[in-house]
Write a protein that binds this ligand. Structure first.
Ligand code: UDX
Length: 462
C-alpha cells in the first residue's frame, strides 16, 4: 500500500524523523544496484519486490549467470523466492558491466560492493573507489548515488570532492547504511527499526525516501557524516553490549553468580533492554569485528583514542579463546585427545564463517597437538588443514574426550546427550560456548558441563 507524503515529526534540534513519504501512488523508480554480495543482493531483490525496476550489476559473470537462473548465491531465508518472483515479473535483472557503465546507471544507483578489513584494521575502500570513479566517468545524465556499502565517516565527503565534483553531470550523494542481520536480512529489510538517510541534497533525500514507501519504519534524515557514523556507532554499541555481558559472565564464574539470571535481571530495565546480552565466546561475522576495528582506526586517524572500543575488541579476542584455555586446564594431556568442535559458522542459520570463533579455535587446538574433528550442519567452506571434517555430529563426538559448542545450532541443543556420552571418552567434557544447552540434561547424562558464567556448570576462572 502506498501512503501519501505525510507527517514530519520534527525534533527541536538535529535530524528530521519522518514516516513514509511517497508522493504518488504506484511510484516506480529505475534503480541500479552495484554489487550482488550479501547487502547488494538483498537490496536489489527487495526493491524489485516493492515494484521498482531494478538492475543488479556484478563483475563476476558466474554470479550473474547463477542469479539470472533464479538460484541465490547466498544462504538466506526467503531470498530465493523473491529472486524468482522478480525475474518472472520482469522487475529484476542481473548483468555485468562488460558493455560499459553508462547504460546501466539508474536514476537511483546503489553502491553495495564489499569493504573488507585491510591488514591495518581500516576498511579497504578500493572496490568502492573503483566503482564510484567508473560511475562518475561514465555518467551522461544526472543521477543519485546511494552509498549502501559500509564506509567510514568522511567517505561521502571525500567521494564528493574527489569524484563527483568533476563529473560531466550533477550526481547527488546519499548515505543509506544497512542494518541487516544475516539469516534475517529479508525480514529486517521490511521490518527495520529505522531507515537512515544522510545527504545535503534535499531533493535527493526525498527521492530515496520514496523508494522505501512500502516500509513502515521511521526515516531519519541527517547529514552524510552523521549517517555514516550511525552505522558504525550502532555496531560498536551492540558489540559493546556483548563484550560487557561477557565480562560480567566471567565475573559470575569468579564469584559464583549466574549469568542467565543476571542478563535477565539487567535486561528488564527498559533503559538497558534484553537484546545482545547473551554471554558466550563472543561476536563474529562480517560486520562487528570489521566495523569495530575500522571505527577504532578512523578514530585514531582523527586524533582520538577510543579507549572503550579498544577494550571491547580486546575482550572479544580473549573471549573466543576461553574454551581452549579451560580445556587445556581441565585435561592436561589434551594434546593426546580428540576434541570435537561443533559449529563453524559465526551464528546459526548462516553458512558464513567469517571471523567465526571456530576459525581461531580449531587451529589453536590442532597446534597444541589435539586431534580436532569438526562438524557444522551447513558451513562448508572453511580451510581445515589441521582438522578432520565429518558429516554428522555423531562422527564428531565418537571417541572425543571433549566437545566445544561454538555455534548454537538447534541440532546441538536438542541432541540426545546420553547417546553422546556413550560415544565419548572420559572425562566427556562439553564446553558450551554459547550457553545454549541444558546443563542439567548433560550432567544427568554423565557429561562434565562447562559454560560461560553459568551457575552449576564446572567453573574455571580465567
Ligand atoms: C550485525 C548487526 O546485527 C546488523 O545490524 C548489521 O547490519 C550487521 O552486523 P550479523 O553480523 O548478521 O548482524 O549478526 P548478529 O545477529 O547481530 O550477531 C553478531 C554476533 O554477535 C554473532 O556472532 C552472535 O553470536 C553474537 N552475539 C549476538 C552474542 O554473542 N551475544 C548476543 O547477545 C548477540
Amino acid at each position: 500500500m502506498v501512503i501519501a507524503c505525510d507527517t514530519l515529526l520534527l525534533l527541536t534540534v538535529g535530524p528530521t524523523v519522518s514516516k513514509r513519504c511517497l508522493k504518488e501512488e504506484g511510484h516506480v523508480a529505475r534503480v541500479t544496484v552495484i554489487g550482488t554480495g550479501y547487502v547488494g543482493l538483498v537490496s536489489g531483490v527487495c526493491l524489485a519486490n516493492s515494484g521498482h525496476d531494478v538492475t543488479c550489476v556484478d563483475i563476476d559473470p558466474a554470479k550473474v549467470a547463477q542469479l539470472t537462473s533464479g538460484r541465490s548465491t547466498i544462504y538466506e531465508p526467503g531470498i530465493e523466492e523473491l529472486l524468482v518472483a522478480g525475474l518472472a515479473n520482469g522487475t529484476l535483472r542481473f548483468t555485468t558491466p562488460s558493455d560499459g557503465w553508462a547504460p546501466l546507471i539508474g536514476d537511483i544507483t546503489f553502491v553495495a560492493v564489499g569493504t573488507p578489513m585491510a591488514a591495518n584494521g581500516a576498511a579497504d575502500l578500493s572496490q568502492v573507489r573503483a566503482v564510484v570513479a567508473d560511475l562518475a566517468a561514465a555518467a551522461d545524465r544526472p543521477f543519485i548515488l546511494v552509498m549502501k556499502s559500509t564506509v567510514p565517516p568522511g567517505t561521502g565527503a571525500t567521494v564528493k570532492s574527489r569524484n563527483l565534483s568533476d563529473a560531466a553531470v550533477p550526481i547527488a550523494y546519499v548515505s543509506n547504511p544497512e542494518f541487516l542481520r544475516e539469516g534475517h536480512a529479508v525480514a529486517d529489510w521490511y521490518h527495520t527499526d529505522r531507515i537512515v538517510l544522510g545527504s545535503d541534497d534535499s531533493s535527493a533525500l526525498a527521492a530515496v525516501c520514496e523508494l522505501y514507501a512500502d516500509i513502515d519504519a521511521p526515516i531519519l534524515e541527517t547529514d552524510t557524516a552523521s549517517a555514516e557514523t550511525i552505522k558504525y556507532a550502532s555496531n560498536a554499541f551492540l558489540s559493546t553490549k556483548i563484550s560487557f555481558i561477557n565480562e560480567i559472565a566471567n565475573l559470575c564464574d569468579a564469584i559464583g553468580a549466574d549469568i542467565d539470571s543476571v542478563s535477565t535481571g539487567i535486561g528488564m530495565d527498559t533503559r538497558i533492554g534484553p537484546a545482545f546480552l547473551k554471554a558466550g565466546i563472543g561476536y563474529g561475522g562480517s560486520c562487528f569485528p570489521k566495523d569495530t576495528r575500522a571505527l577504532d582506526f578512523i578514530a585514531t586517524l582523527n586524533g582520538y583514542q577510543f579507549t572503550l572500543l579498544k577494550s571491547v575488541i580486546e575482550v572479544n579476542n580473549r573471549q573466543r579463546l576461553l574454551p581452549v584455555i579451560h580445556l587445556a586446564r581441565a585435561i592436561p594431556d589434551l594434546h593426546e585427545r580428540t576434541v570435537a568442535v561443533l559449529g563453524l559458522s559465526f551464528k546459526p542459520d548462516t553458512d558464513d564463517v567469517r571471523e567465526a570463533p571456530a576459525v581461531d579455535i580449531v587451529p589453536l587446538l590442532a597446534e597444541g597437538g589435539a586431534n580436532v574433528v569438526v562438524y557444522d550442519p551447513i558451513a562448508a567452506h572453511i580451510p581445515l588443514e589441521d582438522a578432520t571434517r565429518v558429516a554428522t555430529v555423531w562422527e564428531a563426538l565418537d571417541g572425543a574426550s571433549a566437545a566445544i559448542v561454538t555455534t548454537e545450532w538447534p541440532e546441538f541443543r536438542d541432541l540426545d546427550w546420553a547417546r553422546a556420552r556413550s560415544m565419548m571418552h572420559d572425562p566427556a567434557l562439553v564446553y558450551d560456548g554459547r550457553n545454549c544447552l541444558d546443563g542439567d540434561t548433560l550432567r544427568a547424562a554423565g557429561i562434565e558441563y562447562m559454560a560461560v558464567g553459568r551457575q552449576g556448570a564446572h567453573r574455571a576462572s580465567i
